[in-house]
Design a protein around this ligand. Structure first.
Ligand code: PMV
Length: 313
């Protein structure tokens, strides 16, 4: 019996979130320690059945509501590869926490696109996958910059500017990052929408902050592509980015507690990652076992509900 599987990584934004919505650059990297998976197998039961066990859902594509994100990406992908819905079971699972800025939605959609293409023995280029996923992201997140779908579909560190060809970052050294979860669900569209309303009232005030973020992101790119990356200099850039995000009222007491705890425990830099108001923070740590353990423990003591240690190389 025919069966195909596809996976996609989570992601974090290293720097530049929010300003990226206003045309500034941002850097995002895939996080392969967590992933979404889609598998498709032929079934004689009739129809296209969707099983999303994490969401406790089991339903038929033909009966899905028009606002169902999974059926939307399935329909768009089938149209793109010029196929009709086959009689199959599509199972979707994910280890990426939902609504925490780790790109869970983009990763689930990407896995579905890849699995469907594989089922029909077709190849879609990362740019095509990214474009399809962006259409779904738009339906559920307002007007996203497109950074999530890009980094997840390309599975590479990216220097992303909205509307421009993607630029891959060639990292010369590995970075150890600890991702700390506040446990607070923060829908991206809420923080993005709030900032937009404030920007509309006082655009010059906010544009100055976005310019400052752009300068940080540009320095971060140069640092990442250097043969010898100074962890303390990179950590400093993360801290400066966090200072601006806090000034933009995008942090939260929970995020601040985790960020401060990580710094106190020896992290070289720490900031929120993604939309803010909750979700995850990231901390840069020297690649030493004792240091990783110390920061991990400090994060849990400060209230983290989950911690992921990831090496970016
Ligand atoms: O999807 P999240 O929560 O990682 O955040 C998206 C990043 C923002 O810059 C806040 C929004 C966007 O569309 O780029």
């Amino acid at each position: 019996m025919k069966k195909v599987e596809a996976t996609s990584p989570g992601k974090i934004i290293l720097c530049g979130e929010h300003a990226v919505v206003y045309g500034r650059p941002a850097i995002a990297v895939p996080v392969t320690d967590v992933q979404a998976q889609a598998s498709i197998k032929m079934a004689s039961t009739g129809g296209f059945r969707i099983i999303a066990s994490d969401l406790k859902r089991d339903y038929l594509l033909a009966e899905a509501g028009s606002d169902d994100p999974l059926s939307t990406i399935i329909g768009m992908t089938l149209a793109q590869i010029k196929q009709t819905a086959p009689d199959v079971i599509l199972s979707v699972t994910s280890t990426i926490p939902l609504g925490r800025g780790l790109g869970s939605g983009a990763a689930i959609s990407t896995s579905i696109v890849r699995a469907l293409a594989a089922f029909f023995e077709q190849t879609l280029a990362p740019a095509e996958v990214s474009k399809l996923v962006y259409e779904v992201e738009k339906l559920y997140h307002g007007i996203p910059s497109g950074i999530d779908n890009t980094v997840v579909a390309f599975e590479q560190p990216v220097y992303f500017v909205k509307g421009q060809a993607i630029e891959r970052i060639e990292m010369r050294q590995s970075l150890t990052l600890i991702i700390g979860d506040t446990g607070v669900v923060s829908p991206t569209y809420q923080a993005v929408g709030d900032l937009r309303r404030r920007w509309q009232v006082e655009p010059e005030f906010y544009e100055r902050y976005f310019d400052a973020i752009e300068a940080i992101v540009k320095q971060a790119k140069v640092a990442l592509e250097q043969d010898r990356l100074s962890l303390s200099a990179f950590g400093q850039l993360m801290n400066e980015n966090q200072t601006i995000l806090k000034a933009l009222q995008l942090s939260s007491p929970e995020l601040e507690r985790l960020i401060e705890a990580a710094r106190q425990a020896g992290a070289m830099g720490a900031k929120l990652s993604g939309a803010g108001w909750g979700g995850n923070m990231i901390a840069l740590v020297p690649p030493k076992k004792e240091m990783i353990e110390a920061v991990t423990q400090a994060l849990f003591e400060a209230g983290a509900t989950g911690v992921i240690v990831t090496n970016l190389d």
